[in-house]
Design a protein. Structure first.
Length: 113
């Protein structure tokens, strides 16, 4: 077991709480992600245990955003128009992926641990 030294980032704190089985519902996290069309990406590529997450397509987007699992695409993703949101009850943020219809568009997200 490695010993960590130094300040703990908010993401690392969420990971530690999840490893301890803590589900307080009071720790909120948020972020933003942008991608190229046809390149599905995870909202966050590290494990972040959570209770729920809300994903919002950026208002500045000109095309659709597709939300889903690792195989999300314009054929099987949940469609979001610019400014629309979807909320998911999910146990880990790294299970949520998105893809976009137009390059360099994206989402913001907020969730609860």
């Amino acid at each position: 077991m490695a010993i960590e030294v130094g300040p703990i980032t908010p993401i690392r704190l969420i990971q530690i709480l999840g490893l301890l089985g803590v589900r307080t519902g009071t720790v909120v996290f948020s972020g933003a992600a942008v991608t190229l069309a046809g390149a599905a990406v995870q909202l966050l590529p590290v494990s972040v245990p959570c209770m729920s997450v809300t994903v919002k397509a950026l208002r500045a987007n000109t095309g659709l955003v597709y939300v889903g699992g690792a195989n999300v695409s314009n054929l099987i993703g949940f469609q979001l128009s610019p400014g629309e949101t979807v909320s998911l009850d999910i146990d880990d943020l790294n299970k949520v992926y998105f893809d976009v219809a137009v390059n360099l568009e994206g989402v913001t997200y907020i969730g609860v641990v």
